[in-house]
Design a protein around this ligand. Structure first.
Ligand code: SF4
Length: 217
C-alpha cells in the first residue's frame, strides 16, 4: 500500500539500518547526530555533485542534486547525479568517500534512488554507478531482482523500526570504531536501550547510586 508523504523517511536511513539498527534508531527515532572524520569527509565529497549546475554534452545531460521520492517505498532523498540520454533510461550516480565495500549498504542506497526514479519517470532504471573517492573510480551496479528485493525489504524494516519508536540494544563490534555516534550510544552500556537510559545509568554509576550494570565484554 502506498505511503503518505508524512510517513516518508530519508533514503540515507537505509544505510544506517544496514550498518547498525541501533545507529539508525538513535538518528531517526531519538534524533541524535554527531560528526566524525568519516562523516565530515563524506559531506565535503557531496558538496560538488549537490551544488553543481546541470551540464549538457553530445553524450547526454548530467543533472546534479536531484530530489527523488517513492510513494511505494515511503522514501525520499537526493540523488547526487542523474545522467540522462535521449531514448535511454536515467542512470543514478552516488558519490562515496571511501572505497568499494563488501556489504550492500551503498548498493541498496543507489537501488532505492533507482526505484524512486522509476516511479517518478515511468522508465525502467536498469543500472547505476557509485563513485568512490579513495580509489577515484566509478563502480557499475546492476539493478538485479535480488538487489531490488533487498532494497524493498530494507525499506519495510526501516518503517517498522521507526513505527516501533524503540531503540534496539547495542551489539558492539568493529563497526563501532568508525561510528560517529559512539560517544552518544555508549555501546558497552547500550544494552539498556535508548541513549538517554544508557546515559542515566552511567550517571547513576558514577555518582554511586547504582551498580554500573551490564558491561559488554
Ligand atoms: S557505537 Fe556501535 S552499537 Fe552504537 S550505534 Fe554505533 S555502530 Fe551501533
Amino acid at each position: 500500500m502506498p505511503y503518505r508523504e508524512s510517513d516518508f523517511l530519508p533514503i540515507s536511513a537505509l544505510q544506517h539500518l544496514l550498518y547498525c539498527e541501533r545507529q539508525c534508531a538513535l538518528i531517526h527515532v531519538e534524533r541524535l547526530w554527531a560528526e566524525n572524520r568519516f562523516t565530515a569527509e563524506g559531506n565535503i565529497l557531496h558538496r560538488k555533485p549537490h551544488g553543481g549546475k546541470p551540464t549538457t554534452r553530445p553524450q547526454g545531460r548530467t543533472l546534479r542534486g536531484v530530489p527523488v521520492h517513492s510513494y511505494e517505498l515511503g522514501l525520499f532523498g537526493i540523488a547526487d547525479v542523474v545522467a540522462t540520454k535521449a531514448g535511454e533510461p536515467p542512470v543514478p550516480v552516488e558519490y562515496k568517500r571511501g572505497r568499494p565495500k563488501k556489504n550492500d549498504c551503498d548498493r541498496v542506497q543507489l537501488c532505492a534512488q533507482a526505484l524512486c526514479l522509476e516511479e517518478m519517470t515511468g522508465q525502467p532504471v536498469t543500472r547505476g554507478e557509485i563513485f568512490y573517492g579513495k580509489v577515484r573510480r566509478r563502480v557499475p551496479v546492476e539493478m538485479t531482482p535480488e538487489l531490488r528485493r533487498l532494497t524493498i525489504n530494507t525499506a519495510m524494516r526501516l518503517h517498522a523500526l521507526i513505527r516501533s519508536r524503540r531503540t534496539p540494544p547495542a551489539e558492539p563490534g568493529r563497526k563501532c570504531d568508525r561510528c560517529s555516534l559512539q560517544g552518544l550510544c555508549l555501546p558497552r552500556l547500550g544494552r539498556l536501550g535508548s541513549a538517554r537510559a544508557a546515559f542515566d545509568r552511567l550517571l547513576d554509576a558514577v555518582s554511586g547510586t547504582a551498580e554500573p550494570g551490564p558491561i559488554n565484554p
